[in-house]
Design a protein around this ligand. Structure first.
Ligand code: UGA
Length: 444
């Protein structure tokens, strides 16, 4: 094939969003992933996960020949800049598992050995501080027989996209961070980003590799802190008659120093990033001899927050044994089918432990939920069906279609009209007069 500028190793959320961000702007991209099943789907234009706008973009890229799928070696040999976006999951002790990214570094090194021209490697995967320089660079050097800064360049440019709005976030980032091994590497990446974003270029920060790595963890840890903070305030509001955390957050958010985003109180954060990255940052801090007390507290608040839904449920039903509980929403957030570390998992396991019967509905996450709960819960195909004959309903994920439900949908269909709003989507004034209603962070 004709040599291209860009290749992407790893076709998960970050890799595929990066690749399709580039193709949407006219670049031709080579993607590579060792997972054959995933690759087959991508070649057929089927996104391996639910992300609406990205699905459309993939179809266009496949149809127009802007996305090529090759193995890692071919990807390196046929491109000049490679973005590495393989997964960096948690080990059982919470520390980062670098096995996939180390393997990628070795394979890239092997391919570079055969290459005569300079190549830039850009790490997009979230990696703990010093990993790029102290772990990945030596692996590439050993396998390629080349020196970083001569035969190849190295950058670390973290990704800040959110699931559910992946493509928008790639195309409109608030900032671009370029951690660079040397000036030449940074110059090449900055030129690519300036060309890609053209007049839309946001703030670009150029810095050293470990600073870029820390910016990613610090950003996620700060957002998680905001959530655990507002949930702490929610728990205080709940025991304060007349108090409402939603209005408290609004009142706080108008202060420019605080900002209104990420102050939605509820059942806590889940997903493939915040829980994993918090654990990895804590484990890293401990290895360098620092106990990050604030981060322990953020995690602890988040561990108990999902159980608040069950507490509220029991405040109405007392004993959950044999009770029918309707769960609205399973995914860790709306607009995704991702169930990784979703709070629904903890809630449903506890409900089952206490002898409740669980019926659950989610617009897209049911196939993934089935591999977690198997036949221990009932999977329902609509919100209204899910409410039928229920003794209590727990709203767990704030999908738009749940926001449209009216009090009558609950009162007409449930055995006992009891609603626990775990994400603060319902107006307490409209709902509390018509049924037994409780919401996180709403004082009784
Ligand atoms: C998060 C970050 O927002 C992205 O910037 C980052 O790139 C990504 O992790 C990553 O590291 O890859 P994501 O996990 O997709 O993105 O989703 P968020 O929108 O951040 O939501 C995370 C969790 O926090 C969800 O469970 C959500 O329900 C919860 N949340 C969010 C709240 O409980 N309250 C809020 O106010 C906001």
């Amino acid at each position: 094939m004709k040599p291209q500028l860009i290749s992407v190793i790893g076709t998960g959320y970050v890799g595929l969003s990066t690749a399709l961000g580039f193709t949407s702007n006219g670049y031709t991209v080579i993607a590579s992933d060792p997972d054959k099943e995933k690759i087959k789907k991508i070649q057929e234009g089927i996104l391996p996960f639910h992300e609406p706008k990205l699905q459309k973009q993939l179809e266009i890229a496949v149809k127009t020949g802007k996305l090529h799928v090759l193995n890692c070696e071919e990807a390196i040999l046929n491109s000049r800049i490679t973005f590495v976006a393989v997964g960096t999951p948690s080990q059982p002790d919470g520390s980062i598992d670098l096995q996939y990214i180390k393997k990628a570094a070795c394979e890239i090194g092997d391919a570079l050995k055969q290459k005569k021209t300079y190549h830039l490697i850009v790490i997009k995967s979230t990696v703990t501080p010093t990993t790029t320089e102290n772990t990945l660079k030596p692996l590439v050097e050993a396998h390629s027989g080349k020196h970083c800064g001569e035969g190849f360049g190295l950058c670390m440019s973290p990704e800040f996209l959110r699931e559910g709005s992946a493509l928008q976030d790639v195309l409109n980032p608030d900032r671009i961070i370029i951690g660079e091994y040397d000036k030449k590497s940074g110059d090449i990446l900055e030129a690519l980003f300036r060309d890609f974003y053209s007049e839309n270029t946001r703030s670009i920060i150029r810095t050293k590799l470990p600073t870029a790595e820390i910016i990613k963890y610090a950003s996620n840890a700060f957002l998680a802190t905001k959530i655990s903070f507002i949930n702490t305030i929610a728990n205080i509001c709940e025991k304060t008659p007349g108090a409402d955390v939603t209005i408290v957050a609004e009142g706080m958010g108008l202060d420019k120093r605080i900002g209104s985003l990420f102050l939605n109180a509820g059942l806590g954060y889940g997903g493939s990033c915040f829980p994993k990255d918090l654990k990895a940052l804590i484990a890293y801090s401990e290895t360098i001899g620092y106990k990050p007390e604030l981060l322990y507290a953020v995690e602890n608040v988040n561990k108990t927050q999902p159980l608040k839904a069950i507490e509220l449920c029991k405040s109405f039903l007392k004993d959950l044994k044999g009770k029918n509980i309707a769960i609205l929403g399973l995914a860790f957030k709306p607009n995704t089918d991702d169930m990784r570390d979703a709070v629904s998992i903890q809630i449903i396991h506890q409900l089952l432990k206490e002898g409740a019967k669980v019926a659950a509905y989610d617009p897209v996450a049911i196939p993934n939920a089935k591999s977690i709960f198997r036949d221990r819960i009932d999977y329902i195909t609509s919100a209204i069906q899910c409410l039928m004959n229920a003794d209590c309903c727990l709203l767990v994920t704030e999908w738009d279609e749940f926001k449209r439900l009216k009090p009558e949908d609950f009162t007409k269909n449930m055995k006992r009209a009891i609603l626990i709003d775990g994400r603060r989507i319902y107006d307490p004034e409209k709902f509390s007069g018509k049924m037994k209603f409780a919401a996180l962070g709403l004082g009784k």
